[in-house]
Design a protein around this ligand. Structure first.
Ligand SMILES: [Zn+2]
Length: 262
């Protein structure tokens, strides 16, 4: 009975929308596109190099070599409702092969957005870096992704998990002594930081800008079930669907990683 009522109400809604003018239907479509489809099924309307993707490790290209240098000072933790985000101050930088990016923020997705050989992991972290740009230009991003499986408690996540504001849009100040990015890796330049999959894609949230150089760590990190569940309760399921590769290639990438500031 419930099913019949639901179908009836959908039918009525369709009838009503058909009576609207073309303009108002268009406005309705735009509204849906902006506010209700961040994690929608791919349909090609945002371009041909969208993210996330399923990385098939048997099909990746040969290893490329690059240099990475990070200097990151965390100064706030935010509950943005759809994600938990750590902010970094204006002196935070990332040099990739001597090109300077501003290290802006890192945030979490539960479950993971990228897949490795078809496997979705319970969590993914994105470090978002942006090139300096004029307001008139599209920003160019370099995003480092780290996937997590359930396992040992993660010491880096412990540094801020109790500081996340309970209220949506709340911001709590932290210092770079309390929340130390280097604690995510153990130490800069260690084996956990060296090996990545690289491809070109897009932001995974609106406006899905296709100017993102993606670097997904080959090592799967660990976090406890409690930590992952805690973040998931705050941000909900915020992973976008897998997008078509459309002829793109994924490369293996080895990075020589150094830190200016430890
Ligand atoms: Zn993200």
């Amino acid at each position: 009975m419930k099913q019949i009522l639901l179908q009836l109400s959908i039918f009525c809604a369709l009838l009503i929308s058909c009576e609207n003018t073309k303009q108002s239907v268009k406005e309705h479509d735009d509204h849906v596109a902006i506010s209700e489809t961040p994690y929608a099924v791919p349909n090609g309307e945002f371009g041909d190099i969208q993210s996330p993707i399923n990385i098939l490790t048997g099909k990746v290209d040969d290893v490329i070599h690059s240099k990475l240098n990070i200097e990151a000072h965390c100064n706030a933790v935010e509950n943005k409702g759809h994600t938990v985000q750590l902010d970094f101050d204006s002196t935070s930088q990332l040099y990739f092969d001597d090109v300077k990016y501003n290290f802006k923020q890192l945030h979490f997705h539960t479950p993971s957005e990228h897949q490795i050989d078809g496997i979705t992991y319970p969590m993914e972290l994105h470090m978002v870096n942006v090139l300096d740009h004029d307001q008139s230009e599209k920003p160019h991003y370099l995003v480092i992704g780290v996937l997590f499986k359930m396992g040992k408690e993660n010491p880096f996540i412990n540094e801020f998990i109790n500081k996340i504001p309970k209220d949506e849009n709340g911001i709590a100040n932290v210092t770079d002594q309390e929340v130390r990015l280097e604690d995510l890796f153990g130490k800069y330049g260690c084996e956990e930081m060296k090996h990545y999959y690289h491809y070109n894609g897009s932001l995974t949230t609106p406006p899905y800008t296709e100017t993102v150089s993606w670097h997904i760590n080959q090592v799967i990190f660990e976090a406890s079930a409690d930590q992952i569940q805690f973040l998931n309760k705050l941000e909900g399921n915020n992973a976008r669907h897998i997008q078509d590769l459309k002829g793109r290639h994924v490369e293996k990438e080895d990075l020589l990683v150094t830190a200016k500031h430890i």
